[in-house]
Design a protein around this ligand. Structure first.
Ligand code: UD1
Length: 371
């Protein structure tokens, strides 16, 4: 390996990845370690990609594979085919993959097959999370990425138990903490200065809602009772709903436009705007994993609109609760009431261990120690 070539190749594909990668890139740059930022292009719309990069102050990617949307097989295979020659050219010591999106697994799989030839290791940030629901594409991505990785960097202690149960040796596992929270602490003041709700014409207390999981939005059978439950909630408070492109498409295809009429619907928001909206909310109702974590640290009550969560510490130690499943308007109302009764907690008061803003440092320490 030539000393002039980049040492750590960091993969980012979809919106939640960018938020996890930003502090790692900043830490690599702070230590003047050679790095190569690879964007797979899984997310490509301005508001899903470029605006997030801008908000996070990240440099332009060194390469964009422009993989785009498609079925799981098409998208995963597209990333794999495009990544293989890049890996052979860059020859990093580490391939760092984060989270659980299709790009994460695709790049881990390519690197695993070239591990000997390139002499690289695979490091997985956010290892060990499990929903135990194999119907979720993310669960497949998580389990397989962990199996393929040489260094498993976990965000919480329960992740270690999950990995041990699967027979993954302890020596490959390092507790790192939650890297998303590094970004949150770094950006909170800037987000607070934005006043996004006020700018959207919302002056009263509000609940922020996001939905994008295929299991929630793809069929009317689930989407309809969720929207009915939210309509009930909207009788008590304003609902502000930044809408993911997948959800927008499904609402239109299923003819549910009238069901979203009571809500203040916004386009997908940049990172800072979303953090501003979350921080200003009385409660958040969501199926996003990242929001379950961010609300916990912010102290904002959260209702998770899913059957289970791969982030149980947000329930046991944080401000999160799962709604009854399958979703019903009554169940969603009951969860909303419980969230409102819990009320806001001070910033960081209920944060699990290692959700402290210093995770990127621990991640890069581990990369250096095991290089
Ligand atoms: C992906 C991740 C999911 C993550 C989510 C965050 C997988 C399997 N899923 O789901 O874990 O929580 O990102 O957003 O990797 N689209 C656009 N512009 C974009 C990207 C997508 O309009 O920039 C639309 C397209 O119609 C596309 C659809 O959204 O078909 C879904 O995009 P995709 O990346 O396949 O999955 P997400 O639902 O975003």
């Amino acid at each position: 390996m030539s000393a002039a070539l980049p040492n750590v190749l960091v993969v980012a594909g979809a919106r939640p990845n960018f938020i996890k990668v930003a502090p790692i890139m900043a830490e690599l740059e702070r230590r003047a370690m050679p790095s190569y930022l690879l964007h797979t292009g899984q997310h490509y719309s301005a508001e899903m990609s470029q605006l997030i990069f801008r908000d996070l102050g990240m440099r332009e990617p060194d390469r964009n594979l422009a993989a785009g949307s498609g079925s799981h097989a098409r998208q995963t295979a597209g990333v794999m085919q495009a990544f293989e020659p890049v890996l052979l050219e860059v020859r990093p010591r580490w391939v760092v993959v984060v989270g659980d999106v299709n790009s994460t697994l695709a790049c881990a799989l390519v690197a695993a097959k070239l591990r000997e030839e390139v002499a690289c290791g695979i490091a997985h940030v956010e290892a060990g999370l499990r929903s135990f629901d194999w119907r979720m594409p993310e669960e497949v991505n998580r389990v397989l990425t962990d199996r393929l990785s040489d260094l498993l960097l976990t965000p919480s202690r329960e992740a270690h138990a999950n990995l041990a149960r699967e027979g993954i040796e302890d020596a490959r596992v390092v507790f790192a903490g939650n890297v998303m929270i590094d970004t949150l602490y770094r950006q909170l003041d800037a987000a607070r200065a934005l006043g996004v709700a006020r700018k959207a014409g919302v002056d009263q207390p509000y609940v922020a809602v996001t939905l994008h999981r295929p299991s929630n939005v793809d069929s009317a059978e689930t989407l309809r009772p969720i929207l009915e439950g939210l309509t009930e909630v909207a009788r008590h408070t304003r609902i502000v709903f930044p809408m993911h492109p997948r959800t927008r498409e499904r609402v239109e295809a299923l003819g549910l436009e009238s069901a979203i009429a009571p809500f203040t619907v916004l386009p997908p928001l940049g990172y800072l705007e979303m953090l501003s909206l979350t921080d200003g909310a009385s409660a958040v109702l969501t199926d996003s994993g990242g929001l379950q974590e961010e609300t916990t640290v912010l102290g904002v009550p959260c209702v998770t609109l899913r059957e289970q969560t791969e982030r149980p510490s947000t329930v046991s130690e944080g401000t999160n609760r799962l709604t009854r499943w399958p979703p019903t308007p009554e169940g969603i109302m009951e969860s909303y009431r419980s969230a409102m009764a819990a009320g806001r907690q001070p910033l960081g008061a209920r944060a699990p261990e290692g959700w402290d803003g210093a995770t990127a440092r621990r991640i890069v320490d581990a990369l250096v120690e095991r290089a």
